[in-house]
Write a protein that binds this ligand. Structure first.
Ligand code: AMP
Ligand code: MG
Length: 412
């Protein structure tokens, strides 16, 4: 693999990463487990919906001609032949002057051509009902196929399976569907200073928050996080953790990618001949390793070594990893929605990088405003928590002044 030591722009880095990613394989998934995944084939309906004509109201199925003259003062009395609940077959034939009591969803008996809602009737005897207002032919009858006709397309290829789609597919009885497989993403942390949650703090040690951040980011996208472990700052430790990810779709680590003497991740990749680039013109998130983990002559797993600072990890994931996972999932739109917002604080860009500033958004009238969500250091996690989006200061702009408009990438 080519080793690009020069600093890359965000766009160059992203297109390089995306060029190595292809959508996952197709699987037949149980319907419920397919929520959030992308259909890999056209899905057609095996039946029509409604499958049989049925009542849209609780009321009385009658012949519309019989009740044309009905008024509240001169109601029409209809003889009741039966009661039709939802879910029961009926072989009753309605003839002139007769009808059935019917529940919502009940099958319309032969001969009846409308349903009079209960509200337009009053009880007479148990064998008769008084109809106080006429209804039109066809009123309150749901026709077979008015929602879906058997054989038509329910879901196009490359469509996200939303809860509404699940509702439709369940209604036609499809319990499993073809989708693009959920990516399995290996996650590891590097750093001698890291502690697990159950360990006690001692001076200089920190809890491994990036592991949790990355696991939850991956999970929230609908991919499967796979914990690979925590590596010490030694080539041997890093290399053995990376090997655990060989059969996954993507491996992510955090830490060990900048220029300190213990930042050894890039060296491990370079030694194996699998390092591509390791520096990007963005803030936060400048040091970043991209490469692959090879496990035989033909196959390899894409690998991204994210920076250790917690906000750098979050932002680099957002900008460079999220689109890659979406591509694996078969999603065609990899972009977040953006807005133009009026800045309530300056954004500085002293060294020609693309700056992603954490901002909270408000709207007054038709204008969005972006206020700094707090201190912008790459270790300040609390200001990311308060951020609705990332305001972008382009590479060639040294200062985006308060009062000017900036593009904001929405996170929520
Ligand atoms: P590094 O790139 O390894 O030098 O790390 C940069 C900064 O990020 C250091 O302050 C690290 O302690 C911190 N850091 C590295 N890994 C993690 C992690 N997994 N969780 C929280 N902070 C981390
Ligand atoms: Mg480190």
């Amino acid at each position: 693999m080519k080793f690009t030591q020069a600093m890359l722009s965000v766009d160059e880095a992203l297109s390089l990463i995306l060029s190595t990613i292809s959508p996952n394989q197709t699987v037949l998934s149980p319907l419920l487990e397919a929520v959030g995944l992308i259909s890999s084939e056209v899905i057609k309906s095996p039946i029509s919906l409604p499958t049989w004509p049925n009542s849209a109201m609780d009321g009385y199925a009658v012949i519309s001609k019989d009740i044309k003259s009905a008024t509240p003062r001169t109601p029409v009395s209809v003889e009741l032949l039966s009661t039709v609940p939802a879910g029961s077959p009926t072989n009753i034939k309605v003839t002139s002057g007769k009808g059935v009591q019917i529940a919502t969803g009940g099958l319309i008996p032969n001969g009846a051509d409308c349903v009079v809602p209960v509200e337009l009737t009053s009880a007479n005897t148990s064998s008769h009902v008084l109809i106080k207002k006429p209804v039109q032919h066809g009123s309150n009858i749901r026709l077979a196929g008015e929602d879906v006709i058997a054989g038509t397309t329910l879901v196009k290829k490359n469509t996200i399976i939303t809860p509404a789609v699940v509702s439709l597919l369940a209604a036609v009885g499809l319990s499993s569907i073809p989708v693009i497989q959920r990516p399995r993403v290996g996650i590891a942390s590097t750093g001698n200073e890291l502690l697990r949650m159950n360990e006690s703090l001692s001076p200089g040690k920190i809890y491994d928050s990036n592991a949790y951040a990355l696991m939850s980011l991956v999970k929230s996208m609908g991919a499967i996080p796979v914990w690979l472990g925590m590596a010490k700052d030694s080539k041997r430790s890093v290399s053995s953790i990376l090997k655990r990810g060989v059969d996954l779709d993507l491996v992510l680590t955090s830490g060990g990618v900048s220029k300190g003497h213990l930042d050894l991740v890039k060296d491990v990749l370079a030694d194996a001949g699998c390092l591509d680039f390791w520096s990007i013109r963005m803030r936060p998130g400048k040091p970043l390793v991209f490469g692959k983990i090879e496990y035989d002559n033909n196959a390899s797993t894409p690998y991204v070594g994210l920076p250790g600072n917690p906000v750098s990890t979050l932002v680099a994931f957002e900008v460079l990893v999220r689109p890659a996972i979406l591509k694996m999932m078969g999603v065609s739109n990899l972009d977040r929605p953006t807005i133009q917002a009026k800045l309530e604080d300056d954004i500085y860009n002293p060294d020609k990088r693309r700056v992603f500033a954490r901002v909270s958004i408000s709207k007054k009238g038709s204008i969005y405003y972006a206020r700094s969500a707090g201190p912008q250091g790459s270790n300040i996690i609390s200001s990311f928590v308060n951020a609705d989006g990332l305001a972008i200061c382009p590479e060639d702009t040294v200062l985006l002044k308060k009062g000017s408009f900036a593009e904001v990438r929405l996170l929520k």
